[in-house]
Design a protein. Structure first.
Length: 276
């Protein structure tokens, strides 16, 4: 597989990517770049293609047109063996954590190490305890997922995501369902680990306040396209009505509350004057 030239400071790039499910287009000619060592936030209204972008980067889906590049390699052109190797360079925090419910906290974090390495049990133990220590949960190693809170489960999932010391960590709605304290803790932890470990982070989130606090770059996806990109301050200053509606959390704007359909008169057979 041929390497493709990328700017030195870019780890991930989507080049004119188009993808859809069946008849439903999700991404339409999307181009974006994720700089190394930074936190990039993918934001926008539901259905805008944020999680789909993560799936394309991780190789769960392949672009129908365009290229998805990881370190200059086209993810869509990788063989199964190449993709398996590429995933060792990635960590993923799934929405709500997605811990294995029949495995302890320790074994959840150990899973990628057992799957992708030949480390001895003693070394796996040391790595797992270090990763749990990094998220403040070394003492919870023997608990089962059902015994930890939602915020703790998210931190266990984060420890699992960084177990292999990946170059890239992707977060799919890491703040969903968390109370304000746990949410703030999770956000600060993402920023702290990104900087301390020198990794690159992509955060898919709807939480504007916390995400803008930790992101270096914000990309707003809507209608299958990039509607805004820049620093949090630059995106806040956007004149695009859809971006302003999303950032300002306004009810009125291009994104309508009602799904398109027949009028009330058409549905209920009302004629002028209010009578059927």
């Amino acid at each position: 597989m041929t390497d493709i030239s990328l700017p030195q400071d870019t780890l991930v790039e989507l080049r004119d990517v188009t993808f859809g499910y069946g008849e439903q287009p999700v991404l339409r000619g999307v181009s974006l770049a994720v700089p190394r060592g930074k936190v990039t936030a993918l934001m926008g209204a539901s259905g805008g293609g944020k999680t789909t972008a993560l799936r394309l980067i991780g190789g769960q889906q392949r672009a129908q047109q365009g290229q998805v590049l990881l370190g200059g390699q086209d993810v869509g052109a990788m063989s199964e063996a190449q993709l398996y190797a590429a995933r060792r360079r990635m960590g993923m925090l799934f929405q709500f954590g997605a811990l294995f419910t029949d495995l302890s906290v320790f074994e959840n974090v150990a899973f990628p190490l057992r799957e992708h390495t030949r480390l001895s049990d003693a070394l796996i133990r040391d790595v797992v305890l270090m990763k749990l220590g990094a998220v403040g949960l070394r003492g919870a190693r023997d608990l089962m997922p059902a015994q930890v809170s939602g915020g703790m489960a998210r931190r266990v999932a984060l420890a699992r995501a960084i177990a292999l010391d990946p170059e890239l960590v992707m977060y799919d709605e890491p703040f969903a369902g968390l109370d304000p304290i746990s949410l703030g803790t999770a956000a600060r932890l993402i920023r702290k680990l990104n900087d301390a470990l020198g990794i690159t982070s992509i955060v898919v989130s709807h939480d504007v306040a916390e995400t803008f606090l930790i992101a270096d770059q914000v990309i707003i996806l809507a209608d299958g396209q990039v509607r805004a990109r820049g620093t949090p301050a630059e995106v806040r200053a956007s004149a695009d009505p859809l971006v302003r509606q999303f950032v300002g959390i306004d009810i009125d704007g291009p994104v309508q509350f009602h799904y398109p359909g027949p009028t009330v008169d058409q549905d209920f057979g009302l004629q002028q004057g209010g009578r059927p």
